[in-house]
Design a protein around this ligand. Structure first.
Ligand code: ATP
Ligand code: MG
Length: 473
């Protein structure tokens, strides 16, 4: 393992650990990621003795002024060096109470410390002291599990998950990110302990869920969450999308599976977490809006608007941001069917302008979402849709170049309308403003001041209004 510890930080830690006479190790994710050939910017160091003392000595060696963040209550210390975050902690033993995932802690041996780790692949340690520099310590066969691609707890899985139920989310997250299998008794223990997830903070749960969403194959994670019964607890709206229903031989598709397919399909085209969330939520109101109408079949009327309305409640409960990111997801969900409808009909300039006007700068993201949403068992149909979509894209580009609708600002403002006709804020001002906007979007006039101004005069006249300059003549 020596060749993986070439970075000068390891030599410094090694020398300082020797001077303090403390056995010290790199442990956990960093070691796992060396063996998986993944990059990992944070290094965890565990030492038999004070982690804070070791951190201070290491920092002083790097530079007398290098700051060390010390967390006395946890007995940990952290420093940053050349883009690496290095955390130091004394080896410890943990014991848990029923109602909290925060253990009481006492100092322990390296083996105690490895036992408190969540999975065998996360319990690997490499010695840093000079006499054993680079020696791998693997008491639970973590290396074999890495080779076999298995997630497994070092101790009894039932106790491991009951002690700290966040580990259930981590198991599923690692399985998704690394494409590993969760060993059967480990999976059974997650099913048995699912209710314990309720003692974990929403923020922690969402951290893991976001990592699942940002992985290369998020559907795997959501299927596992469902299989273990966690999905019903942490994301009931998504769980409600499961299953098909049939009446008189007419069925609808399983909206849960369809959603996961859309999410997987958007992965190669975006790393934007919130666009991926939009894919996950685009049909979230289908269970609520589902109706069977004889002769027509299954309908999900206005599920896009109802879905957009459900989002603040979901985001609030899940402690996701309630800011412009949420608004963006709402916008994507409410508009998600527009480009598809467009590509089904004859694509008129007016319809494309209106879409551009409503989506603004998010138009490209909306198109990406819609393209991912075109899933059909019938590949001829899928091909036709995608071809029509190409047409919509071309038209969007063409119209944008001509009309600059994307960040539409009305060329004549409400203030100006009031000034010209001597009006106070009133219904008439609104009517004239909306008429100008519609005339531009419908292509009756171009998007410029002169044409908008004369259109305003014409429209006002219809309403019986005259510019105040004219009246005084
Ligand atoms: P990533 O950095 O990709 O999230 P990681 O495994 O490095 O993965 P960290 O949260 O950085 O995860 O934790 C570092 C190490 O601390 C883990 O590898 C594991 O050994 C241990 N660890 C973290 N969280 C837990 C937990 N809830 N229970 C037990 N051990 C944990
Ligand atoms: Mg880490």
């Amino acid at each position: 393992m020596k060749k993986h510890l070439k970075h000068p930080i390891f030599t410094i830690i090694s020398e300082e650990a020797d001077l303090l006479g403390q056995e010290s190790f790199v442990i956990g994710g960093f070691v796992r990621d060396i063996l998986l050939k993944r990059n990992s910017p944070d290094i965890d160091v565990v030492t038999l003795g004070s982690g804070i003392e070791l951190a201070k000595k290491v920092a002083k060696r790097i530079s007398p002024k290098l700051p060390v963040s010390i967390f006395k209550t946890f007995g940990t210390a952290m420093l940053k060096y050349e883009g690496l975050e290095v955390e130091f902690v004394g080896a410890r033993k943990e014991s848990y109470q029923e109602d909290s995932r925060k253990p009481s802690v006492e100092s322990g041996t390296l083996e105690d410390d490895q036992k408190r780790r969540d999975f065998t692949i996360n319990a690997l340690a490499i010695c840093l002291n000079s006499d054993r520099f680079g020696e791998l310590i693997d008491p639970f066969d973590g290396v074999a599990d890495l080779k076999r691609k298995i997630i497994r707890t070092p101790l009894d899985p039932g106790i491991t998950f009951s002690d700290d139920p966040l580990r259930m989310m981590r198991a599923i997250r690692f399985s998704t990110q690394l494409n590993f299998i969760i060993e059967s008794s480990t999976i059974e223990a997650i099913c048995a302990n699912k209710e314990r997830i309720k003692i974990v903070s929403k923020e922690r749960i969402m951290d893991e869920m976001n990592k699942i969403i940002l992985s290369d194959n998020p559907s795997k994670g959501f299927k596992l969450l469902d299989k273990c019964g966690l999905l019903d607890i942490i994301f009931p709206e998504l769980a409600a999308m499961k299953g098909r229903q049939e009446i008189g031989g007419i069925g609808h598709k399983d909206n849960f599976l369809h959603t996961l397919e859309v999410l997987d399909r958007i992965v190669p085209n975006t790393d934007n977490l919130w666009l991926r969330w939009s894919a996950l939520l685009h049909d979230i109101a289908k269970p609520r809006t589902k109706r069977f109408i004889p002769k027509l079949g299954w309908t999900f009327h206005a599920h896009n608007f109802v879905g957009a309305k459900m989002i603040p409640g979901i985001f609030r409960r899940m402690k996701l941001p309630l800011n412009e990111k949420m608004k963006y997801v709402q916008k994507m969900v409410s508009l998600h069917m527009r480009p598809i409808v467009l590509s089904e009909e004859e694509v008129t300039d007016s319809a494309v302008r209106r879409l551009l006007f409503e989506a603004g700068d998010d138009i490209d993201d909306l198109m990406t979402l819609c393209e991912a949403d075109i899933t059909s068992k019938n590949s001829e149909k899928e091909k036709r849709y995608l071809k029509n979509f190409q047409l919509v894209r071309e038209k969007l580009k063409d119209l944008e170049e001509r009309d600059h609708i994307r960040n539409f600002q009305p060329p004549v403002s409400g203030e100006e309308i009031m000034e010209v006709f001597g009006l106070s804020p009133s219904r008439e001002v609104g009517i004239i403003k909306a008429a100008i906007k519609d005339a531009i979007l419908d292509g009756e006039i171009h998007n410029n001041y002169e044409e908008a101004y004369s259109f305003m005069l014409k429209k006002a006249k219809e309403l019986g209004l005259e510019p105040i300059g004219n009246q005084s003549e």
